[in-house]
Design a protein around this ligand. Structure first.
Ligand code: AMP
Ligand code: ZN
Length: 272
């Protein structure tokens, strides 16, 4: 077993992932979610793929093809969600409309992230899976943890981790991040060695300047340093939990999805 495979397996053991669980892997077409699906399948987990076609021109076409090819190679089912068909417009259009309406300087990736999470939870529930797996890696999580510290809002890291914790809500599907402890460079290399169908280019709309700035900084760190930052996170996590407001996860009054506020983040974005 390669060191990456060993770390992956250890993470699954740490979160007690059950072989009986039905897991929906959120496939973007990028290297991280592709490696996530490849390894979950290799280790004998019960997985299916889920891809959201964001209808962002050529980039989305390549991502869709990569997800299809991967599922063919792994011999797993792929569920497709076409944002244009389901929501009437492409992600670019929806996002721009939100930014025009709300005018709060909302970042592209933040809006897209909220919409994707909302779709994933809803569709995963319809498909009656037990878990959603995403490709978030050590670099992503280190960036997020540091961004929250730099913003002076450590409580925003309360839900960070290889598995969503303590969320009791009948409509909420637990999310896992099997690559939580694995560095991006190692994942890229692994995906190339295994010749997996991957779109290596970045999303053309990923223009969140703060995250880009943090990514540049995190890229200057060694894997050991990134691991150390997240070890700090692990140690601080019980205290970070205490900073979290104790709003219970309820149901959104507009769409019925799980939400901490009366109206969920998705519905507050799309309100007129
Ligand atoms: P991102 O929000 O682009 O950083 O992606 C984080 C994770 O969300 C990826 O590793 C995937 O697991 C998932 N994801 C992102 N985009 C899509 C998509 N279009 N369809 C399905 N899952 C996605
Ligand atoms: Zn809602």
């Amino acid at each position: 077993m390669t060191p990456l495979e060993t770390k992956f397996k250890q993470t699954l053991e740490k979160i007690n992932l059950d072989k009986k669980d039905k897991i929906l892997v959120a496939l973007s077409g990028g290297k991280d979610s592709t490696v996530t699906a490849y390894l979950l399948k290799k280790f004998g987990y019960n997985i299916e793929g889920f891809h959201i076609n964001l209808s962002m021109g050529d980039y989305s076409k390549k991502c869709l093809n990569a997800a299809k090819e991967l599922c063919k190679q792994l011999d797993i089912k792929l569920y497709l969600y076409d944002i244009k068909k389901e929501m009437g417009n492409s992600m670019c259009y929806i996002r721009t409309a939100i930014q025009t309406n709300q005018g709060k300087g909302l970042k592209n990736c933040a809006i897209c992230g909220v919409i994707k999470k909302w779709i994933m939870n809803r569709e995963a529930r319809k498909l009656k899976v037990n878990k959603i797996a995403t490709g978030h890696n050590l670099d992503d999580e280190t960036q997020t943890f540091l961004m929250n510290i730099f913003k002076g809002s450590p409580q925003l890291s309360a839900n960070l981790g290889a598995i969503t914790r303590n969320v009791k809500n009948a409509k909420f599907i637990a999310r896992i991040k099997p690559l939580f402890y694995i560095a991006e460079d190692d994942i890229r290399e692994y995906s190339k060695i295994k010749k997996l169908p991957v779109v290596y280019e970045h999303c053309p709309c990923a223009l969140d300047s703060y995250r880009i700035q943090m990514r540049k900084f995190v890229n200057t760190l060694t894997t050991k340093e990134k691991e150390n930052i997240m070890k700090n996170f692990g140690r601080l996590s019980p205290n970070i939990q205490k900073l979290k407001s104790d709003e219970k996860l309820n149901f959104c009054e507009a769409c019925g999805e799980p939400s901490r506020k009366k109206i969920c983040r998705m519905c507050s974005l799309i309100k007129k």
